[in-house]
Write a protein that binds this ligand. Structure first.
Ligand code: HEM
Length: 163
C-alpha cells in the first residue's frame, strides 16, 4: 500500500482552485509518481465518478440533506458531470473541467447560492457519508475530508445568524 501524505488542501483555499495535490509535470505523464495522486488512489476517472454518483445519490435519498438537495437543479445530471470533471483535475488527474469551461472560479460560481455554515456542514457531511459508503481506505478518506472541508469552508458567502 502506498504511503499517503497528509491532506494539504491549501491550493483550494488560496483562491485559485488549484489542485489539492501538488501537481507536477511528472504526475501527468503516467510515471511512477502518478500512482500517488488521490485521483489514482480512487481508481482514476471511474473511481471519481463512482464517488460523485454516491455523493449525489446520498443527497437525493437522505432526508437530512433535503435543504442541500433543494439548492440544486431538479435534474442532477449536470451537477454530477461538473463535479466529476472538476474533481478529476483537483485530485491530480486530467483537467476535464478546465478543458470545457476554463478556470473553475469555484467561489464565484457559488455566489448564486446562499452558503453559510449550515450549508457548508451539510455538504461536508454528505461527502463524508459518500466516501464512507464507497469503502475508501481510512487514510484516503481523512486526506480527502481535510481538503473538501477547506474548500467547502471557502465557499461560504453568508454570515452566521446572530446567536
Ligand atoms: C459548501 C457547500 C456547497 C454547496 C451548498 C454547494 C452547492 C452547489 C450548487 C447548488 C451548485 C449548482 C449545481 C449545478 O449547477 O448543477 C454547485 C456547483 C458546483 N459545485 Fe458546489 N457546493 C458546495 C461546495 C462545493 C465544494 C466543496 C466543491 C468542490 C470540492 C464544489 C464543486 C462544485 C462544482 C465544480 C460545481 C459546478 C460549477 C459550475 O460549473 O457551474 N462545491 N454547488
Amino acid at each position: 500500500m502506498l504511503h499517503v501524505e497528509p491532506a494539504q488542501g491549501a491550493g483550494a483555499r488560496s483562491g485559485d482552485n488549484g489542485p489539492m495535490h501538488d501537481t507536477t509535470d511528472a504526475d501527468k505523464g503516467g510515471d511512477a509518481n502518478a500512482e500517488s495522486t488521490p485521483y489514482a488512489q480512487l481508481g482514476g476517472e471511474a473511481g471519481v465518478r463512482a464517488l460523485v454518483d454516491r455523493f449525489y445519490d446520498t443527497m437525493q435519498l437522505e432526508a437530512r440533506f433535503a435543504e442541500l438537495r433543494a439548492m440544486h437543479p431538479g435534474d442532477l445530471g449536470g451537477s454530477r458531470d461538473k463535479l466529476h470533471w472538476f474533481l478529476c483535475g483537483w485530485l491530480g488527474g486530467p483537467a476535464l473541467y478546465e478543458q470545457r469551461f476554463g478556470h473553475p472560479r469555484l467561489r464565484m460560481r457559488h455566489f448564486p447560492y446562499a452558503i453559510g455554515t449550515r450549508e457548508r456542514d451539510a455538504w461536508i457531511d454528505c461527502m463524508r457519508q459518500a466516501m464512507d459508503e464507497s469503502g475508501l481506505a481510512a487514510d484516503l478518506q481523512a486526506r480527502l475530508l481535510a481538503a473538501f472541508t477547506g474548500t467547502a469552508d471557502w465557499m461560504r458567502n453568508q454570515p452566521d445568524a446572530p446567536a
